[in-house]
Structure formats: C-alpha cells, structure tokens
Design a binder for this molecule. Structure first.
Ligand SMILES: C[S@@+](CC[C@H](N)C(=O)[O-])C[C@H]1O[C@@H](n2cnc3c(N)ncnc32)[C@H](O)[C@@H]1O
Length: 279
C-alpha cells in the first residue's frame, strides 16, 4: 500500500517554501528543503488554489512566523533537546547548524512516509534526529515514547506543537500539554492555536471559512478553536508556571512591520509560550 503524508503537513511545507520563492527578502524563515521532502519537483504546485499568492498571504506569513519564533526560542534558550509535536515536514533538524537533538513526533502514517523520504534524500541524520510515531488521540504518552527514544527528561527541553491543536480534541491537547509541563524546570513549550473565526478581522474571515471547509473536506476537520484566554488556561491547568501569549498582531510587529508588500500574519494563529517552573 502506498503511504501518504498528512495533506495539511504538505500544505504548510509548501507555504514555507513559497515564502522564500515569491516574497521579497528579508525572509522570516528560509526553508525550501521542505519542498524537496514533499517530493515536489515542478512548478505546477504554485498554481494550486491553496497556494494563491495574494489570498493565502496571511496563512503563509502565519506559518513562517510561528516557526521562526519557535526556532529562535530553541536557539536563545540554549537547550540541547527539542521535541516537535505534529512535526509534519519540519526541517529544523536538517537546517540547524548546532548539535541540538531533535525528536519529531507525528501520526504513524505521516511519519513512516517522511522517514522513507528522508532516507531517499540522505537527510535522516540519525545522530541528531529521532522519529517517534504517536497518535495524540489514542491515549498514548508521547513523553514515554520520546524518553524511550533517548530524550533526557532531567534536562531542559523545548517542545513545540505548531498548527496542530485545531485538529485535536481538547482532551488530547490537555494531555499533550500536561506531559510537556512535567519536563525539567526551565523547559519551554510553544504551541499555536486558531481563534474562533468570528474573532478574526472581517477581511480574513472568508479565508478562514474556506480553510475550515477545505480542512473538513480533506478529512482533517477543525476540532478545537480557542480564545486567547482558553489557550492560556489550558497551559496553566496543565501545570506550566509562566504562560505568555503572543498574538498574530505581536508576530506582525516582530517580523512584518517594516515590510511594504502587505504581507502580514494578522488574523492567523496566535502562540502560547509556557515555561516549566516559571511564574
Ligand atoms: C498542519 S500540520 C503542521 C505541521 C508542522 N508542525 C508545521 O508547522 O508545518 C499538522 C500536523 O499534525 C499532525 N497530527 C494531526 N493530528 C495528529 C494526531 N492525532 N497525532 C499525531 N499527529 C497529529 C499531522 O500529521 C501533521 O503533521
């Protein structure tokens, strides 16, 4: 049977590459490797409706901004371990020039597909990257599995979960956060969430409504849309000390304020950055 990756993971990988290919520098994130992993080797993909340069600008900006904040957090925190929950076609392990050990966690089918692609491309870097299959909705502990794969729970770790919470039930989100909050003091969790569509600026709502319909039609319905208060509460209830929300407007101010091409993540995902033992 031919393995297929999660279609939402492929789409976000394409948006990361599209940013480099069509947006003017400076690029918020420089990742075209994801396109190679996706196996896209012609230009036809850029004509897909969900790659429309104008209409999907907010999605593209949001995806690169959330990845950039997270990767900067890994770098600035000086941790030696990074867990990427719902990694999809993430390429941090291949792009990072240091020695951070990366544990990518994803649903078994998508991850088996990615393992084969990385192997084909000679990008598996086993001494730096461990691929750990887990279904967050199946009651499995991602933490037990990454520890079995070599993570040291006694030292600080950065954990990310980007573009994933909307596809999970609240119970599964809480369980993944509780596990992260049980890591060593100083560990940091970064996760993104989408707000209920009615909270978005009016001009963004049709894009989000289209995205929600597309997600449901492709078998990946949005299950959890969160307000900023709900997202922060989920993190506090999971046991994190310091909990900080970074809105899409904050991300705009951080990375897009000096641009003159209208590119902006406003109305896209917000982030929660939560620290173990802070507060
Ligand atoms: C939109 S993609 C995001 C990928 C990547 N984090 C990024 O930002 O490009 C969502 C990812 O979450 C994973 N995912 C969704 N539901 C999951 C579940 N129940 N268990 C494990 N992974 C899941 C998908 O396989 C996919 O790789």
């Amino acid at each position: 049977m031919r393995m297929e990756p999660d279609s939402t993971a492929v789409r976000t990988a394409m948006w990361r590459a599209l940013h480099v290919l069509i947006d003017k520098p400076p690029h918020v994130l420089d990742d075209t490797l994801s396109l190679q992993i996706a196996g896209v080797d012609d230009d036809d993909w850029q004509t897909r409706p969900d790659m429309d340069p104008e209409r999907t600008g907010p999605n593209r900006s949001s995806i690169v901004a959330r990845a950039r904040v997270t990767e900067d957090t890994v770098t600035s925190s000086g941790v030696q371990q990074y867990v990427v929950l719902g990694a999809g076609l993430d390429t941090f392990a291949q792009r990072d020039k240091r020695t951070v050990r990366v544990f990518e966690v994803d649903a078994p089918a998508t991850q088996a597909w990615k393992r084969e692609r990385l192997d084909d491309l000679g990008l598996l870097v086993p001494e730096r990257l461990r691929l750990v299959p887990v279904d967050f909705e199946a009651g499995e502990s991602w933490l037990d599995k990454v520890v079995a794969a070599g993570l040291d729970p006694a030292i600080p770790t950065v954990v990310s979960m980007l573009g994933v919470t909307m596809y999970l039930t609240r119970e599964a989100i809480s369980a993944t956060l509780r596990a992260a909050a049980s890591l060593a003091a100083g560990s940091v969790m970064v996760f993104s969430y989408s707000r209920p569509i009615e909270m978005a600026p009016p001009e963004i709502r049709p894009i989000l409504e289209g995205a929600a319909k597309g997600a449901a039609a492709s078998g990946h319905p949005w299950l959890s849309l969160l307000t900023p208060d709900e997202a922060a509460s989920l993190a506090r209830d999971a046991g994190f000390g310091d909990v900080h929300t970074e809105t899409s407007a904050d991300l705009h101010n951080r990375y897009f304020a000096d641009r003159h091409d209208g590119l902006s993540p406003i109305g896209g995902e917000d982030l929660v950055i939560a620290t173990v033992g802070g507060g």
